[in-house]
Design a protein around this ligand. Structure first.
Ligand code: EPZ
Length: 413
């Protein structure tokens, strides 16, 4: 739990090392359950979500240890987790379902609660597991899946990232061929598939809407370096777009952020792809319109940071949030800093203003918290971001240090 004291800052200048992707590491950690042999994940990000999942994997009988900058997971003695709290603590825990079912023939998890941004159902995960031959039963707030998995054709009603990842992992050890249609195409899915192939899985089509898997009898251990965090990189690019200046986002990949880079250039921010990472120059000067979509559309996780940019960009910017039903809670907090935002269901209309003023605000989810810190960099006086819920540390590695190192006036208090 932390609070952040943020003050108006000069244009950000310097270099930020982008951390390893949270949304790649979490499914990859679950993928380690698919083998009895050691799996080593290099440079895991120091995030509470990674610690939470590590404790859940330990509750599943795994040995999880840090070793010379890597995370080593040994799942030779696998079992279903006893303690429901570990699973409920974080939505991504649902990703242990596929691996547990594949290895043990039975998996039980509590139905994940909703969260601030939406109801977060797992119906697509369960529909796919049933297609693979699992018998699904619900009781006492949990769901139990039993059965030996056989390959199948699965059609997802919507390209769910988590459901694609869960079903991809389950299919690697299912008997026969599996085809997942209307699959999600996010870079984190491509990274998970490449990781699984390094363990001996037979997967083709990851990154397209149709993924094919040939089941194998067992997977072996591996060592893997996951991709850089495109959402952290995008958040830092938004910080530069607000204060002006010049940032090198070391390790960031332009091909994972094309929708953001196009939007930033529409807004008048220059971005250049270099061998070392992404260079971002200058402040946003023109308003823009954003419709969040599944990849390769504009990522919903960057909607809040881009709304902070819009608050300071002259003109009227418009946001349409199509992925989550309640992901504008940062609007009311930004308004406390003097932003002019009108929210109508899934549409937010932002009138840019050069005059933001500091005030105490509250982080309602991890991306909203980051957006409030960004806004505080451009608000006169002090902005105190209350993150009693510990949201920001779930998804950003020492955000106050990274921003301070390039001139941002941010302190953790
Ligand atoms: C992943 O969540 C990310 N989390 C989220 O990042 C990200 O916002 C989201 O994908 C969309 O890109 C991780 O990767 C750990 P979905 P996930 O399944 O898998 C509905 C962050 O800030 N849906 O693609 O849960 C769901 O309600 C987090 O790092 C169903 O209806 O996303 C939502 O409206 C936040 N039924 C939409 O689909 C299902 O069975 C997208 O969900 C599954 C999902």
């Amino acid at each position: 739990m932390a609070h952040y004291a943020v003050r108006e800052s000069p244009p950000l200048r310097g270099e930020i090392q982008v951390s390893t992707s949270k949304n790649a590491v979490l499914p990859i950690m679950c993928g380690a359950l698919l083998t009895r042999e050691d799996v080593r994940i290099e440079h895991p990000p120091e995030l509470t979500d990674v610690h939470t999942l590590a404790s859940l994997l330990s509750a599943c009988g795994c040995r999880v240890r840090h070793d010379q900058g890597g995370l080593v997971i040994a799942a030779d003695a696998l079992k279903n987790p006893d303690d429901e709290d570990d699973v409920r603590a974080m939505r991504a825990s649902v990703l242990v379902l596929g691996p547990l079912l594949s290895r043990l023939g039975e998996a039980r998890i509590p139905l994940p609660g909703g969260c601030a941004i939406g109801q977060r159902p797992i119906d697509q995960h369960l529909k796919g597991m049933a297609a693979l031959g699992a018998r699904v039963t619900f009781d006492h707030g949990g769901v139990t899946l039993r059965g030996k998995l056989r390959g199948a054709v699965i059609y997802l009603d919507m390209p769910s990232v988590g459901a694609t990842e869960n079903l991809l992992m389950a299919a690697t050890l299912a008997e026969g061929s599996t085809r997942i249609e209307n699959a999600a195409k996010e870079p984190e899915i491509v990274d998970l598939a490449a990781f699984l192939c390094s363990m001996g899985a037979k997967i083709s089509g990851a990154g397209t809407s149709t993924i094919c898997v040939e089941g194998v009898s067992a997977l072996h251990g591996t060592s893997w370096t996951p991709i850089a965090d495109r959402i952290e990189a995008g958040t830092m690019a938004c910080a530069c777009a607000m204060t002006g200046g010049e940032l090198l986002l070391r390790g960031a990949r332009a091909d994972h952020l094309r929708s953001l880079l196009f939007k930033l250039s529409e807004a008048g921010v220059h971005v250049q792809d270099t061998p070392g990472g992404l260079m971002v120059f200058g402040r946003a000067k023109q308003p823009f319109e954003i419709r969040t979509m599944v990849y390769p559309g504009f990522p919903t996780d960057l909607q809040a940071p881009m709304m902070a940019v819009a608050c300071r960009t002259p003109g009227t910017s418009v946001f349409l949030e199509t992925i989550f039903e309640n992901r504008f809670m940062h609007a009311a907090e930004l308004a406390r800093l003097g932003a002019h935002i009108r929210v109508e269901n899934r549409v937010a209309i932002v009138e840019g203003t050069p005059f933001l003023t500091g005030a105490p605000v509250r982080a309602t989810d991890l991306r909203a918290g980051a957006a409030l810190i960004l806004a505080g960099l451009c608000a006169e006086g002090e902005t105190l971001v209350d993150d009693g819920g510990g949201h920001i540390d779930r998804g950003y590695v020492r955000i106050e240090e990274k921003l301070s190192a390039v001139g941002g006036n941010v302190k953790r208090v």
